[in-house]
Design a protein around this ligand. Structure first.
Ligand code: TTP
Ligand code: MG
Length: 347
């Protein structure tokens, strides 16, 4: 039996901000965009004091200001969050090298080979992180990644929770089915069509009804997740090799100006995903498919990995103009690869 720990920092961006603005402690603080709710942008995160007003990540800043007119709005400062993340990961690395980072504020640790009580390890880790960074982590422990992640969320903030397989009916089945890894909005919608709202509903659903709505493989993995089963290993090395986007035009594109504009928009989206995952990229690739379906790619490799948009945008521009742009283009793709955690990339 494995023992997996999931660590997730509480209200991460906002908590880092509060370290340098202790005068804001206890107030509803919202971090997002340029920190100005009259301009476009969404909430990255909010303190728990702000969350009671219904404010959550992804919400337009304007809406947040309406829900909580007294909130303090702060701009996103990735440099500060990356520095804080780096310090948090030093504490995680001291527990074990069997560590899988997930973005800046989250990681899985495989502590199966540790003789001590897992709760003791968790308690000590939380205390070390607090002492070293002033930040509060929630820790979940379970027999696999699925349950460890659910556990770290159960008693947030400042949680320390162990979910054993025998706890699944009491503690996991009442949760909404979206809690499960692998259940996104589309799957949840289809499950709702089968009358499934909670994890327990899913666990109780006859297998043939699930197989009617999903592929054999998907049905099987949903069923397993509903019973708290998951055998994904903690991956010490990142398996993700690239992040990219592609777009097929409604009508073939013949304008290099429009292609440049589209490529920049796609890069913005891809770059946002890079930041969310706390990664830096070394190589930029632009793919074009012409009307006759011939497909060409052009790549640029930067001297060092970066997560800054400007050098990535320059590289996209260079790649694009290395293509023959006078032909009709039906598909455009932008991809970042050579990915490394931004915390170790020295960016
Ligand atoms: P989360 O761990 O999802 O959120 P959180 O740490 O703010 O709050 P908690 O874990 O206590 O529920 O995400 C970590 C950081 O990632 C978060 O502080 C801000 C950033 N983030 C975004 O920028 N956009 C998003 O949509 C989400 C979900 C997070
Ligand atoms: Mg968090």
């Amino acid at each position: 039996m494995r023992t997996i720990m999931h660590v997730d920092m509480d209200a991460f961006f906002a908590s880092v901000e509060l370290k340098r603005r202790p005068d804001l402690a206890g107030r509803p603080v919202i971090v997002g965009g340029r920190g100005d709710p009259t301009r476009r942008g969404v909430v990255s995160t909010a303190t728990y004091e702000a969350r009671v007003f219904g404010i959550h990540s992804g919400m337009p800043l304007r809406t947040a200001a309406r829900l909580c007119p007294d909130a303090v709005f702060l701009p996103v400062d990735f440099t500060a969050y990356r520095a804080a993340s780096e310090r948090v990961f030093e504490h995680l690395g001291a527990v074990t090298g069997r560590l899988q980072p997930v973005g800046l504020d989250e990681a899985y640790l495989d502590i199966s080979d540790r003789p001590e009580d897992a709760l003791d390890i968790g308690r000590r880790l939380k205390a070390d992180i607090l002492a070293g960074t002033g930040l509060v982590a929630s820790v979940g422990i379970g027999p696999n990644r699925l349950l460890a992640k659910i556990a770290s969320d159960l008693e947030k903030p400042d949680g320390l929770t162990w979910l054993r397989p025998t706890d699944v009916p009491d503690r996991v089945w009442p949760l909404p089915v979206r809690t499960l890894h692998g259940v996104g909005p589309r799957t949840a919608e289809r499950l709702a069509g089968l009358g499934v709202q909670t994890v327990g509903d899913l666990a109780a659903l006859p297998a043939d009804r699930l197989r009617g709505a999903f592929s054999e493989r998907h049905a099987r993995s949903l069923q397993r997740a509903a019973h708290g089963e998951d055998d994904r290993p903690v991956q010490t090395e990142r398996v993700r090799k690239s992040i990219g986007r592609e777009r097929t035009f409604q009508q073939d594109c013949r304008s290099s100006g429009r292609l440049a504009h589209e490529a920049r928009q796609m890069l913005d989206g891809v770059h946002a995903r890079l930041m969310e995952r706390g990664l830096a990229a070394k190589t930029v690739t632009v793919k074009l498919r012409y009307r006759d379906f011939t497909t060409h790619t052009r790549s640029r490799t930067l001297p060092a990995p970066t997560d800054r948009i400007a050098p990535l945008a320059d590289a996209v521009h260079e790649c694009l103009y290395a293509h023959r742009l006078h032909r009709a283009v039906r598909l455009l793709g932008v991809q970042l690869s050579g990915l490394t955690p931004a915390t170790t990339a020295g960016v």
